[in-house]
Unconditional design. Structure first.
Ligand code: AMP
Ligand code: ZN
Length: 458
């Protein structure tokens, strides 16, 4: 795609919008901190993964070959607690939520990451890193586990600018567990490890801390330095701060060239969190009669660094707008067919404008407004407009290609439509109205246009 301006991103470490600095060559590695699979993901979690998908598409649009990874946190305090409460083995418990999670991503049109490492498959890698940290004196053994010594890291907490923040308890940095020795609350969950003295803790048997999981998986699947690391804003501290401390203490290399954080989705009245008991899932959205892509469209309405307040009214407006967009695409397709299926050429002027918007730290609200601007700009042949918008959809991911497919009209609906036309022709408007009602009940609307009646799916 034509590059108008270089890609700029807001880098949390730099605290500003800076040019994306890829290494030499066209390959880019990205890692997104994935879900903790102990409950269904809520729509706030899902925003992180939709935005991550938009970044991946943007990098590809810019001509990079992207290698992406997103982990699954399938062992931590919450998964262990949940599995014990449910009376299920850990893997059986986490599998069900993992399945739902990936089904959610699929219906949101989020492309699956190239690599999906599971924490439980990389325990050896975690142990290896902890051994190095112990050997370098960045870690020490306590009664209940192995801890990371933050005092040994110069500039600890730079990502979170810890020194500039008022510190309450949660914000106060402290040494954190790399490995937790087994205790009863862990039940069946433990791995052998060469730490500690064998009497006190059964030869170090235990499980990893959450932060070391990501450090070890990143290193194992993408290498010592990745190009882009993503996650929700809540991960800046402590999770990403500690990932940096551990990984860099082991490798001596920067963990990530760029750090990118995605703002939360809140409920109109406050935080959305499992702990607050006010989460909304994609299943709730579907049960309210909305398509998952209406949620994706709603996410386009704010910049990814802006906090969004979810409301059903706002989602409804997005659903209506998406439907309108699909109808406009269908209309363009009809016109295109009537001009003998001419293959269009993308309109450079609009491609450039769109690229400008996404290259400006992924300004998707502006990019979306350019779609509508083009639809209202009648200076271009419909086939060119169509092809340009389908090009934009490579980033937006709204599955607009589906709107170009001819509508498969069931024969009974076609019959109702034909009967309605005859009733109208005969001046029997009461019958025509009743037939229209039946068509609506069957899930279609009729627009009477100058080219005759047009059916659309509701
Ligand atoms: P978790 O499953 O809790 O580990 O979270 C998965 C991802 O969702 C992480 O990147 C979190 O930062 C992110 N996240 C958690 N809560 C929200 C929220 N309310 N809005 C947006 N992202 C969130
Ligand atoms: Zn992580």
């Amino acid at each position: 795609m034509a590059l108008t301006s270089p890609l700029q991103i807001y880098d949390t470490l730099a605290r500003g919008v800076i040019p994306f600095r890829p290494p030499a060559g066209k390959k880019v590695t990205m890692y997104t901190c994935g879900p903790t699979v102990y409950a269904p993901a809520h729509i706030g979690n899902l925003r992180t993964f939709v935005v991550s998908d938009w970044w991946r598409r943007t990098l590809e649009w810019s001509g990079y070959q992207v290698e992406s990874a997103m982990n699954v946190t399938d062992v931590d305090d919450k998964t262990i607690k949940g599995s014990r409460e449910a009376g299920l083995p850990l893997a059986g418990f986490t599998n069900q939520y993992e399945k739902t999670f990936f089904a959610d991503l699929e219906s949101l049109n989020v492309e699956r990451s190239d690599i999906v490492p599971h924490a439980t498959e990389y325990i050896k890698n975690m142990i290896e890193m902890i051994k190095v940290l112990l050997a370098k004196d960045f870690a020490y053994q306590a009664d209940d586990g192995i801890y990371f010594r933050i005092a040994k890291v110069k500039g600890y907490g730079a990502l979170a600018q810890l020194k500039n923040q008022p510190s309450d308890d949660k914000e106060t940095p402290s040494d954190f567990a790399l490995w937790k020795f087994w205790d009863e609350a862990d039940g069946e969950v433990s791995w052998e490890a060469p730490f500690g003295d064998s009497l006190a803790n059964k030869a170090g048997k235990g499980r990893p801390g959450w932060h070391i999981e990501c450090s070890a998986m990143i290193r194992a699947v993408l290498g010592d330095t990745i190009d882009l690391h993503l996650g929700g804003t809540d991960l800046i501290f402590p999770h990403h701060t500690n990932e940096i401390a551990q990984s860099e203490a082991v490798t001596g290399q920067p963990l990530a060239r760029h750090w990118l954080h995605i703002a939360f989705v809140n409920m109109a009245g406050g935080k959305m969190a499992k702990s607050e008991g006010n989460t909304i899932t994609l299943a709730d959205i579907i049960n309210h009669g909305f398509s998952p892509l209406a949620y994706r469209y709603w996410l386009l309405s704010a910049h990814y660094r802006t906090l969004m307040n979810f409301s059903w009214d706002a989602l409804e407006s997005s659903a209506i707008a998406l439907k309108k967009l699909q109808n406009r695409i269908a209309d363009l397709t009809t016109v295109q067919h009537s001009v003998l299926d001419k293959v269009g050429t993308p309109i450079i002027e609009y491609l450039n404008k769109f690229t400008e918007a996404i290259n400006n730290d992924l300004n998707l609200p502006v990019a979306l407004s350019i779609v509508w601007e083009l639809l209202d700009d009648h200076n271009f042949a419909p086939e060119n407009t169509l092809v340009t918008i389908l090009e934009f959809d490579k980033i937006l991911g709204l599955d607009l290609i589906s709107a170009t497919q001819p509508l498969a009209i069931p024969s009974e609906v076609a019959q109702l439509l034909a009967d309605r036309e005859s009733a109208r022709g005969a001046g029997d408007f009461a019958r025509a109205d009743s037939l229209r009602q039946q068509i609506t009940t069957a899930g279609y609307t009729v627009d009477d246009t100058s080219d005759g009646p047009k059916l659309r799916k509701i």
